[in-house]
Design a protein around this ligand. Structure first.
Ligand SMILES: C[S@@+](CC[C@H](N)C(=O)[O-])C[C@H]1O[C@@H](n2cnc3c(N)ncnc32)[C@H](O)[C@@H]1O
Length: 301
């Protein structure tokens, strides 16, 4: 699927690096739907709920929590109204929380679900990142860090300033750490920005963490030749205003990350008058599904 898309949308690109997920990689976040009688996933292209008792793409602790969630909803221990539920885990994997659509959080303990407001944390070999339950985090975190590190270090990404745009709680700033003299992170979720600041301070990586819409913050002529602009937007890709301003940027290198292939290719095309795609990687970051992550290295034309 990715190959077809790339051949059609970016015909000049003939080679890319593909990183398959290791057999053990599993999701740390899943979204389920409760319709008043059943708890499960939506059937493809519909809102019909297909009940599930477990989930092979999820971490074992999450899969085992599905029947516990169903039981607690049925017994009116958790809210009964039809809605979407998120189950999430972190490090250690046994720490499982359920989050309802209003953002209320319950922690699964041996005797059942308890309301909870503690943070989630993900520990990697070189750093720990904390974030709020229900906030964005990579779905298969340890594998995502390994894959991004392999690709970005392979591209020898380093320099003066790293502009970590759509930066979440600081994953790329932490991952690239001291390869940059300074970091500027922009993210519009205020809670995520606060966590980014704490996460990067703890790693002794002084960073300017800015709570803003990327399009509003992004100035014309951003950066200098030793700087890197890294963009990891949501599925919809870059807003037209962002692509337009990037055409004027003075940074020497741009990295674009995208989980939707069509949006990623569209953005590469929109940037092409100023930025040439020189390297491409396709990462199997959503294990056991057909979804993949695209990462492109672009240099000033
Ligand atoms: C795909 S996530 C990437 C987060 C981070 N780079 C990571 O890997 O953990 C996209 C992030 O962009 C944020 N976001 C979405 N639209 C935004 C916008 N217009 N301006 C700034 N941040 C935005 C979301 O809150 C989310 O944290």
């Amino acid at each position: 699927m990715a190959t077809d898309l790339l051949h059609r949308q970016l015909p000049d690109i003939t080679t890319w690096r593909y990183l398959p997920a290791p057999a053990a990689a599993r999701r740390h976040r899943i979204q389920l739907h409760w319709n008043g009688t059943a708890l499960g996933y939506h059937a493809r292209g519909s809102h019909q709920v297909v009940p599930v008792a477990g989930c092979p793409v999820a971490a074992d602790a999450l899969s085992a929590a599905i029947p516990r969630l169903l039981e607690a909803i049925r017994e009116k221990i958790l809210p009964q109204r039809p809605q979407r539920w998120e189950l999430a885990t972190g490090t250690p994997e046994g720490h499982v929380v359920a989050i309802d659509e209003k953002g209320h959080v319950w922690l699964l303990e041996p005797d059942g679900w308890h309301q909870d407001d503690s943070e989630m944390s993900e520990a990697f070999d070189a750093f720990i990142l904390r974030h709020r339950a229900g906030g964005f985090f990579q779905v298969s975190p340890a594998w995502a860090v390994t894959a991004f590190r392999t690709v970005l270090e392979g591209w020898k990404l380093q320099g003066n300033a790293l502009f970590d745009l759509y930066g979440g709680v600081g994953l790329f700033s932490a991952l690239l750490g001291k390869r940059f003299r300074r970091r500027v992170l922009v993210e519009y979720d205020i809670a995520a920005v606060e966590w980014a600041k704490k996460n990067l301070d703890q790693l002794e990586l002084p960073s300017e963490c800015i709570a803003s819409d990327t399009g509003k913050w992004l100035p014309e002529n951003l950066g200098g030749s030793e700087d890197v602009i890294l963009l990891d937007p949501p599925r919809s890709g870059l807003e037209p205003e962002v692509s337009m301003k990037l055409l004027t940027a003075k940074a020497g290198t741009l990295v674009l990350v995208g989980c939707d292939g069509a949006a990623f290719c569209r953005d590469i095309q929109r940037l092409s008058s100023a930025w040439k795609l020189t390297e491409l990687a396709v990462l199997d970051l959503f294990p056991l599904t057909h979804h993949v992550e695209f990462v492109g290295l672009l240099k000033k034309v």
